[in-house]
Design a protein around this ligand. Structure first.
Ligand code: FES
Length: 212
């Protein structure tokens, strides 16, 4: 059978999201259980509007994930520790990735088309949407947990149909998801202050990946 095109997948996702609002709502509730630092939340007004948001990451510890909202979608900001970064270059993991070098246009441009898919290796930013049918994957930093098996070295797991992603949100072979998770435009306003939703100069606010 021919592989689904991005248009096929977007059509399937629209049908799936219409039929599964309750399921997705449940996953969003689950997001609240991830480490969430209230003091770092940007204003609700900025979240509601489709404008860039500024996020202070100064208190984000290695291994900790912060979730904010941008364009009505959850966005992960993950502070990857040294051991987590090391997994991203593990040849055994890289050999199992569908798009290890980010050849597909699932990120805003060349500055994040690298092995860590980010501007700074330790700080990772991604739109928390599974590229299969749009569920919200969960952050699973554990090594080889019983439910994910001995090859799991930490990453993101989609509970809807089992897609697996590494800690740079690169999709692992065997997952129904076809593409890596999108990296939105962002830049640094300071060492620990991020602006999510635009590049320097305010460009790319209308950026959209192949599967969104
Ligand atoms: S929506 Fe199907 S695996 Fe994520």
């Amino acid at each position: 059978m021919a592989a689904d095109t991005p248009e096929d997948i977007n059509r399937q996702r629209r049908r799936f999201l219409t039929a599964a609002t309750t399921v997705v709502g449940g996953v969003i509730v689950g997001l609240a259980a991830t480490p969430f630092i209230k003091s770092m939340e940007p204003s609700l007004a900025a979240e509601a509007a489709a404008i860039p948001i500024d996020v202070d990451v100064s208190k984000l510890e290695p291994g900790q994930l912060l979730t904010v909202m941008w364009r009505s979608r959850p966005v992960w900001i993950l502070h990857r520790g040294a051991a987590q970064l090391k997994t991203l270059q593990d040849p055994q993991l890289v050999a199992r990735l569908k798009d290890p070098d980010s050849k597909q246009p699932q990120q805003f441009g060349a500055p994040v088309e690298n092995w860590h898919r980010s501007l700074k290796p330790e700080l990772f930013v991604a739109v928390a949407i599974c590229t299969h049918l749009g569920c919200i994957p969960t952050y699973r930093p554990e090594i080889a947990p019983a439910d994910l098996g001995p090859t799991w070295v930490g990453g993101f797991f989609c509970p809807c149909h089992g897609s697996r992603y590494d800690l740079a949100a690169r999709v692992i072979d065997g997952s129904p998801a076809p593409l890596n998770i999108p990296i939105p435009p962002y830049h640094y306003l300071g060492d620990t202050l991020l602006r999510v939703g635009s590049l320097k100069g305010g460009k790319d606010q209308n950026w959209q990946p192949a599967i969104w």
